[in-house]
Design a protein around this ligand. Sequence first.
Ligand code: F6P
Length: 505
Amino acid sequence: MEAAQRIEHVRAEAARLGDSRIGSLLQADPARASQFALRVGPLYANFSRQRFDRSAIEAVFAALTAAGAEAALSALFDGVSVNVTESRPALHSALRSDLSSSEIARAAHAQAQDARNSMRRIVEQLHAGGISDVVSVGIGGSDLGPRLAVDALAEAGASPVRVHFLSNVDGHAAQRVLAGLDRSRTAVLLISKSFSTQETLLNGAILRDWLGDDSRLYAISANVERAAREFSIPADRILPMWDWVGGRYSLWSAVGLPIALAIGMDGFEQLLAGAAEMDAHVLRTPLSQNMAAWHAATAIWNRNGLGFGAHAVLPYDERLKLLPNYLQQLVMESLGKSVQIDGRPVAGDTVPVWWGGAGTDTQHSFFQALHQGTDVVPCDLIGVVGPAHLHANNHRALLSNLFAQAEAFANGQASDDPHRSYAGNRPSTMILLDSLTPHSLGALLALYEHSVYLQAVFWGINPFDQFGVELGKQLASTLLPVLEGRDEANDAVTRELIAQIRRQG
Ligand code: F6P
């Protein structure tokens, strides 16, 4: 079945259901409240407030099956070159799981184990070496995952070092990070798969010069040669990365060194174990019982069936406030494609805009639009059952807000006054973590990775390349000499803008 037919199949089901309301779907099939839900280890997900019925979700699973979802999952885990446009496997699962007997997956798993031994050595060195602060320099996939995990798991383990992150090329970012740090007690990690990323090289140079002593400079890269050449970092302070791990899938590799420094190497291994639990579930479970397949099918339904152009991620946990930023790269860099693997235009819409923020703060900013705006924005509401603090009243208030918002989105409220009326019928998925631990965070992130992969399989696109980010980078490099006054811009508007800033001196 072609992607166009799969999408048509989903649209036909959506047309059958028309404007069915979530409340009516639940009334017609009360068991769905508990049956449209799955548990995997510490994670529970409930999809019963989505606008599909049993036969519609089964139709999406059938279309996913017709797309070859199960074979595609095996291919992913086995190290087949699923990143077709770059002729590479995408073996992030081998960084944490040993589920495939293929030679390539086993070799990757062994390399990952070796790298973890080196990580452990560096963590021990830095923890014992009188270091108070570590600055992790990297951007995109070399920043967002570690930044999220370090922030989310701050309560998970006492560490002798504070970990800071520097990503933006804006010099204010470097200035702010360095303020208050003692250079004699600071170590710097340069994280870049390619070691050619402008932001990381420029910030790395600032940090190297600031340190004034390169004995506390470490690198994590697939381009060991360039790290050694440009920053004079010796081999025993460079940890490997590989072509077979995409940047946005790399936090499980040595790119996760900031996480291991913040929560300890044992904590980092628990993060991997949580992801491995999700890997085993996703690989071995039929789609109709598979949490990643439900999540992906929901995304496909909301995009292709109901035509929604945005998706909100709303963690009701302060520790997960960076999750939307992390997921924006994972989802939008992976699925922001308009052509299928064979180069033909995609047959329907792919990724919607992903955005979000932590509740309850966001209730007081953009929730007005979620409740009464003209666009329906489906969302993932994420809660944590057991907190890591002792403020029980606050936690009850947090959870009551989480559940209240989900009810309000679904049920709305009629009123004679149109200004005070809530249309409702706004779909949401509820994801609950027993508690926020390295293990549960690992499972949650792996869930999203596999959901993204299954969506890509459905649409027939490659989720592992990102050529769309290259043009802007190329143009920025041609504009550097223009800003230095050595060249003229080709584009008329850019010429005018540069003239403006020159007039201001
Ligand atoms: O934004 C483009 C991108 O290539 C991402 O995919 C990647 O995570 C990021 O830049 C950083 O790349 P690198 O790790 O090579 O510095």
